[in-house]
Design a protein around this ligand. Structure first.
Ligand SMILES: Nc1ncnc2c1ncn2[C@@H]1O[C@H](COP(=O)(O)OP(=O)(O)OP(=O)(O)O)[C@@H](O)[C@H]1O
Length: 232
């Protein structure tokens, strides 16, 4: 097995006066007004209407986008202060991502998809294969290891994506509507797989339109017209 990442204590994700303003025509759009929040370990649900700023928030927390003001601190690291290449490495080592459409590599099998982040990390083949098998087993998909993404159901593909996201024991798991395309029962199963890491002390941030899903979270953030408030 791969040694757990350098996680000695639960990692805290801190947004400090974080905001994002986009140019729009002649003017600007405040997609996210300045807000400060500590994302504690556990599951945080981010809810809000379409266009309210949820994805903008997630993209900033991931370091995919640059804030107009403020910063994102992960543990001791100021994410946006890192040069681009180091930020990408940091992201690979500390973050896992799950998107609405699983984003699996279509030409790789389920097992190879889970192995992929370990390959990037230079983990030797035998070790990474063993770890990927254990992760697939963890999401109940040992029997699908050699399937290509196109040969998986939507729920199965999403479970593979979660196994992949967990491959490097991330401190932070960011999920954008991971249950959005799934029926209720399958969505519930996928949600359980995200709640597990949250219970183990990871910081899991989940965007959802589904109020039912949000009720399972430890914390809820409401985003409305770019303004973030605590509580649903
Ligand atoms: N790159 C961009 N340039 C200009 N405006 C943008 C950009 N990205 C997002 N916006 C605007 O910022 C606002 C927030 O968008 P965002 O995608 O964060 O909303 P959302 O809550 O995730 O919506 P949805 O639930 O529909 O995915 C919207 O008004 C959107 O049009």
């Amino acid at each position: 097995m791969v040694a757990p990442s350098q996680r000695t204590a639960p990692c805290v994700l801190h947004a400090e006066q974080l905001s994002r303003v986009y140019p729009s025509g002649e003017g600007t759009i405040t997609a996210l007004a300045p807000f400060t929040h500590v994302f504690a370990p556990g599951l945080t649900a981010v809810v809000g209407p379409s266009g309210s700023g949820k994805s903008t928030l997630l993209n900033l927390l991931a370091g995919f986008d640059t804030p107009t003001t403020g910063r994102v601190v992960v543990g001791e690291t100021d994410l946006h202060a890192l040069p681009e290449v180091r930020r990408a490495d940091f992201r690979l080592a500390h973050y896992g991502f799950v998107f609405q459409n699983h984003n699996l590599v279509p030409i790789l099998t389920a097992l190879e998809n889970v192995e992929f982040p370990l390959t990037l990390a230079g983990v030797p083949k035998r070790e990474r294969r063993e770890r990927a098998r254990a992760l697939l087993e963890g999401v109940g998909l040992s029997g699908r290891a050699s399937h290509l993404p196109a040969q998986l159901s939507g729920g199965e593909a999403q479970r593979v994506a979660i196994a992949r996201a967990l491959a490097r024991n991330p401190d932070v798991l960011l999920a954008d509507e991971p249950t959005g395309n799934l029926d209720t029962r399958t969505g519930e199963r996928v949600l359980e797989l995200l709640i597990g890491p949250a219970r183990e002390g990871r910081t899991v941030v989940l965007i959802t339109h589904d109020r039912e899903v949000a009720t399972r979270a430890d914390h809820t953030l409401q985003v409305r017209d770019g303004a973030v408030t605590v509580g649903g």
